[in-house]
Design a protein around this ligand. Structure first.
Ligand SMILES: *Cc1c(COP(=O)(O)O)cnc(C)c1O
Length: 361
């Protein structure tokens, strides 16, 4: 009975979705979610705890997060003439952008495979989503993108730079050609900026339809839920209207500002992760039967022998290593697994478990 009611009133596109699944990870070497494995030095933790003791939890947060925004602009090297708005994770920024442009006839476009939230949030809002397949080497299929842009006139195009889950940076000129051809907004999503060594931030004001998105999640602050959008005031003033007034809570405002004031610590950690990524890449390349894709992020995508991804994923789990199984996504991700670069000993545990698993098949 209640099911009939639900079917009557909940939109078809929502009923067709499955909820974003986050598997329990307690007891595992956790290499599934692009987290930074490192903590802070003890003195820094104590200093942060003293700061938190000053937080006024009885008061609403500063709705404009003024102090944090100033620190972020500096840390993220936002051009002075660009505006910045903050989100509860960059996921919320994606949602804000799409809420501001949504409508039944509006199209959201992204390459595929890419970050799943672009498509999911477009569906939540009843928008049409159009994916354009990447080339076999996961580079942008520029001519296909340009053709679909002409055909569908997308309101928003998302380009993850580097791309998740493939790990590569798209060719800069191809991205620029897409920005120039787009009739609407292009969001360059730089979630993995800390590991990429390249960015569109310095060019964000050169194109009237470009905005650049960042997050502190992959730099080591995933628990805070904080993302940032930078770009033209005209766009961001509108997006700011759909932002819920107190979306960045008091503890996040204090903690993120504190962490970014100590960003040398985060920088050392991300540089260590970049070094360890190369060690892990070489380790994976030495395992027979795998195709390993290069990465400019803090994770590595690899392809297992045909039809073996699920059993290898389960074998790793039995050996208490949790990574991400992308096989069921299908398409060019069939047989693919994705491992986050952890601490050196975790990466080694993963490689050992992988070799043991392969030997047991
Ligand atoms: C992880 C990720 C995000 C989401 O980041 P949050 O700030 O944690 O919401 C956005 N885009 C891409 C490409 C990601 O991989």
């Amino acid at each position: 009975m209640s099911n009939d009611l639900v079917n009557k009133w909940v939109r078809r596109e929502i009923r067709a979705l499955s909820a974003y699944h986050v598997p329990p990870a307690a007891g595992y070497v956790k290499l599934d979610a692009m987290e930074n494995p490192y903590h802070w030095p003890d003195v820094m933790v104590s200093e942060w705890q003293s700061l938190l003791a000053t937080a006024e939890l009885n008061r609403y947060p500063d709705p404009a997060a003024t102090d944090l925004t100033t620190t972020l602009r500096n840390a993220m090297q936002v051009p002075v003439d660009a505006k910045v708005i903050l989100g509860n994770g960059s996921d919320e920024l994606i949602q804000m952008i799409l809420m501001a442009v949504s409508g039944n006839d509006r199209v959201v476009l992204a390459p595929e495979p890419s970050f799943v939230m672009y498509k999911m949030i477009a569906s939540f809002l009843g928008m049409s989503y159009r994916g354009v397949a990447l080339c076999d080497d996961f580079s942008l299929n520029e001519s296909a993108m340009l053709a679909v842009i002409r055909e569908t006139q997308p309101a928003v195009i998302f380009l993850a730079y580097p791309n998740n889950p493939t790990g590569n940076l798209f060719e800069k000129q191809a991205v620029i050609n897409i920005i120039k051809a787009a009739p609407g907004l292009v969001v360059v999503d730089e979630a993995y900026h800390a590991f990429a060594g390249d960015s569109f931030m310095s060019q964000v004001m050169q194109y009237p339809n470009l905005v650049v998105m960042r997050t502190v999640s992959k730099m080591g602050l995933a628990g805070l839920r904080l993302g940032m959008l930078a770009g033209n005031h005209d766009w961001l003033d509108e997006f700011d209207k759909v932002r819920l007034p107190y979306n960045i809570n008091v503890l996040t405002q204090l903690s993120a500002r504190f962490a970014l004031q100590h960003r040398e610590v985060l920088k050392q950690q991300t540089q260590q992760i970049c070094q360890d990524r190369e060690v892990l890449l070489a380790g994976l390349q030495a395992v027979p039967g795998l195709t390993v894709y290069p990465s400019r992020a803090n994770f590595i995508l690899f392809k297992t022998p045909t039809g073996r991804a699920d059993v290898i994923f389960e074998g790793l789990k039995q050996r208490k290593v949790l990574i991400k199984n992308l096989n069921k996504s299908g398409g060019s991700l069939r047989d693919c697994l994705r491992v986050t670069v952890g601490a050196a000993d975790e990466n080694q545990q993963f490689l050992t478990a992988l070799v043991q698993t392969l030997a047991s098949l």
